[in-house]
Unconditional design. Structure first.
Length: 407
């Protein structure tokens, strides 16, 4: 499916580059040798150990590979996911695993297809609204959000998430006419890349707007278990007992160091999830039963998650010591990224190229995960994203190289 042409960038007059940020990074660094042995800090792929129980769980039902899995997921997986989310967020009532949880082939698949389902569901369940259906995404963003809106033939509206608004979209700035034609509002908490956490007041206000105007809130909570202070609140905590208009997307990639397992889930508004399942049954990949067995075991175990969190905490201790207050660094409330302001050093692309050529550090330019706003500014253009996914020794080496090169 080819997405419709996006609006030209206000700053260049050309359509934005919608390719994967990592493809663009490869182009930027092509033909340039790393100045020192390479350390990859560009991609959020956890390098911590896979939990011990995975191998046994994975081979416990190999016979199931001879059958097509159910699109909604096994009852055992959905029960485990519902029980975990109910415990984790102290929900006012337990999630119903039969009606309020769907397995996903990783959260990215769900976040992409969610926009398609939202357009169908919302436009069928509210009075006609003038203008093109809109999908609202934070800017910077995870690439699955806007491409889902684009391919669903919605207008993708980029909401700047800058330091001035706590690195979250400013809800007070939203126009009622825009909200009236919105079908889905994506929010990430903890945010990728900035690590900002939306508090319950913010989530409650956002859901209030959703119910007033009839759209869905899609909360990407895949970093929810990596935090440095308090556990981040979740959208379902703000949603009330019926979870109306609220859908959360979870994944084991970050929580359990299982990015290759490709298992996550969507949970929340039962009426929407029923229609979402209808779409997924004809358009989405099913999740192998052995993968769901591993996932159910992962959601039943917190020891490996606590160990994971301690590993990240020690690496952020290193950042506190080595980076200090340079480049606007502040220890993030959640997630595992550094979001460093290098605008005074030439901006995200120039600094990325320099770090590779001089220090062998591969980081991600913030411009590649953001879009130009109507005024021509780009909320990511002055920043680099550093994924703190390597072991402690490698992380310390990388941070010392960073400081040595950038000062």
């Amino acid at each position: 499916m080819t997405p419709p042409a996006s609006a030209p960038s206000p700053s260049t007059g050309r359509p934005p580059d919608t390719r994967s940020p990592f493809v663009r990074l490869a182009d930027l660094l092509a033909g340039v040798a790393p100045g020192r042995p390479a350390i990859n800090l560009s991609i959020g792929e956890p390098q911590h150990p896979v939990p011990d129980f995975v191998a046994a769980a994975l081979v416990s039902d190999l016979a199931s590979l001879g059958r097509y899995p159910a699109g909604k997921g096994t009852a055992a997986f959905r029960t485990a996911a519902a029980a975990w989310a109910t415990r984790r967020y102290d929900l006012p009532r337990p999630l119903d695993p039969e009606r309020e949880v769907l397995v996903l082939n990783g959260s990215r698949e769900g976040l992409f297809l969610g926009a398609h389902a939202a357009k169908r569901y919302v436009t069928a369940n509210r009075s006609p609204r003038p203008g093109r259906p809109a999908v609202l995404v934070p800017n910077p963003f995870y690439a699955a959000y806007p491409i889902g809106g684009d391919t669903a033939d919605c207008e993708v509206v980029y909401l700047p998430a800058r330091e001035q608004s706590g690195f979250l979209p400013d809800l007070a700035s939203l126009d009622a006419a825009l909200l009236a034609r919105t079908v889905a509002f994506y929010v990430a908490s903890p945010a990728n890349p900035q690590g900002a956490v939306a508090d319950l007041a913010y989530l409650t206000r956002l859901l209030g707007l959703a119910r007033q105007h009839g759209f869905l809130v899609f909360a990407d909570e895949c970093y929810s278990e990596i935090y440095t202070r308090e556990p981040p609140p979740g959208l379902l905590q703000a949603a009330g007992p019926d979870f109306a208009h609220a859908v959360v997307f979870q994944s084991l990639s970050k929580r359990s160091n299982l990015p290759g397992l490709r298992v996550g889930f969507a949970a929340g508004d039962a009426a929407f999830l029923e229609k979402f399942l209808d779409l997924r049954n004809v358009a989405a990949p099913q999740v192998p039963v052995p993968s769901q067995i591993v996932a159910a075991a992962a959601y039943a175990d917190e020891a490996h998650v606590e160990d994971n969190r301690r590993r990240y905490a020690r690496k952020f201790d290193l950042a506190d010591q080595i980076v200090g207050d340079r480049w606007g660094y502040r220890r993030p409330a959640g997630g595992f990224y550094l979001w460093l302001d290098v605008g005074a050093l030439g901006g995200s692309e120039a600094v990325t190229a320099r770090l590779w050529a001089e220090a062998g550090l591969k980081v991600l330019p913030g411009r590649y995960i953001a879009r130009d706003q109507a005024d021509g500014s780009n909320p990511g253009a002055d920043y680099i994203r550093i994924a703190m996914v390597q072991d402690e020794e490698t992380t310390a080496e990388a941070l010392h190289r960073l400081v040595a090169v950038l000062g």
